[in-house]
Design a protein around this ligand. Sequence first.
Ligand code: BES
Ligand code: MN
Ligand code: ZN
Length: 518
Amino acid sequence: MEFSTKALDLSKAGQNGFLASRTDCLVVGMFEGQSLSGVAKALDTATRGLVTRLVKLGDFEGKRGSHLLLHEVAGIGATRVLLVGLGKEAEFGDKAFAEAARTALRALNGTRAANVIWCLAQSMPQLPQVPAQGAAHDVQWRVITTIALIREAGYRLLERHPELRRNGAKAADKPFGLRKVVLTVDAAEAKVAAQAVVRGMAIANGVELTKDLGNLPSNICTPTYLADTARGIARRFKLKVEVLGRKQIEALKMGAFLAVTKGAAEPPQFIVLRYDGAGVRQAPVVLVGKGITFDTGGISLKPGEGMDEMKYDMCGAASVLGTIQAVAEMGLKLNVVAIIPTCENMPSGTATKPGDVVTSMSGQTIEILNTDAEGRLILCDALTYAERFKPAAVVDVATLTGACIIALGHHNTGLYARSDALADQLLQAGRKSLDTAWRMPLDDEYQEQLKSNFADMANIGGRPAGSVTAACFLARFTDKYDWAHLDIAGTAWKSGAAKGATGRPVPMLTQFLMDRAG
Ligand code: BES
Ligand code: MN
Ligand code: ZN
């Protein structure tokens, strides 16, 4: 899919202006219950009052979620016009903006339109601005958000992996029809908008990489496959990559990570990807992603029902790869390191057993009371390894606990951080990218639940506050730097009929890094 921007000066728009351009469809927004404004008004003038007459007829009032598709409209160059209801101007915000785009995409899906002129990203003074952070919904936001929504609609499950497609007679999904999208913007915004297209594409590519990796079955997406993916990103975008195998992991004394991989035949990998976008002296942001390519629970075996979904237990790793690729593709002036401990969690004659005690890379000992609490075990050694980068901040991302889904459901990622500043940056980035998180507590009181009679700590804290105690476990390995933890168990994939990876939290993380790059 191709995206471009076109400066549109509404004061000059008319029959000889952009409305005369040939296109399969002109997509125009209209507010409810007020006189026409913006592009809708220009369209009305060019069509000798057609829009006004439609409103009078009562067939289209601009209600939120509504649309009207028109054909063969005289006086303009477009084959079709899609009017999209924006709802009441006073109630128009980022959610309504996204809903309008989704409504338009659903309507376009029923047509054969391939090339469209999209006027819904045109400047919208109605969108809330956040003065403290600068204009939150500036042209960059409108363009990036629009591209994200269009690419989301265009995503087809594992399109790049035809070997996995169903062999049935009919194709699994109707192919996405849009090929070329021209986003109109104000003339004064044109330059920023063009850069925003590059960024929007980079983010969408990162999100799609993350979705594809998540959706791949575990017999294909192995730790070795993740390592090869990292090498591929490094080659394409000129990053440094290092992959450590079992021998090197042993040499580093990552006893917690090794305890998890012990039962698996599939070799573990420890992936380090470096993007140096700023000077060598700038401390990097380190992203750590949980890469359990399949979580059976180990000897503390999970129940069989729905266990297939544990192929998604590497979505933290996938999102870290998607984010660093996006950052590299957009050429952000920032240093970022991605660290991915990856292995399978399997039961076998060589697997770790409940009650086993291991020594982590940090020297702290852990009593493994439940082998299904394996994410924190591979992450704690990766968090210790992260110290060597003298990071400005470390953010780990993990499908860590079922308890996080109980606490927050599928809308918000669980966010943990000691420092308010780092927490606020991530929360703000989440709100801006419509990929939200909710802050959870990290109080010392919870640490008591991790007490062990046989080691420095147990790897589980009992049923109460399961997501919190998992974060508290990780906190014990992060005292050398500013740290945040994202529990994405509820947000990384969808179950049921729409089963599939969501690509979250790539939008939040990329926004966070864009904000830090300034
Ligand atoms: N990968 C799971 C967490 C998970 C469960 C994510 C369901 C998404 C859906 C993790 O490794 C796990 O098994 N956690 C246990 C921890 C418990 C044993 C303390 C859990 O949440 O049940
Ligand atoms: Mn588990
Ligand atoms: Zn797991």
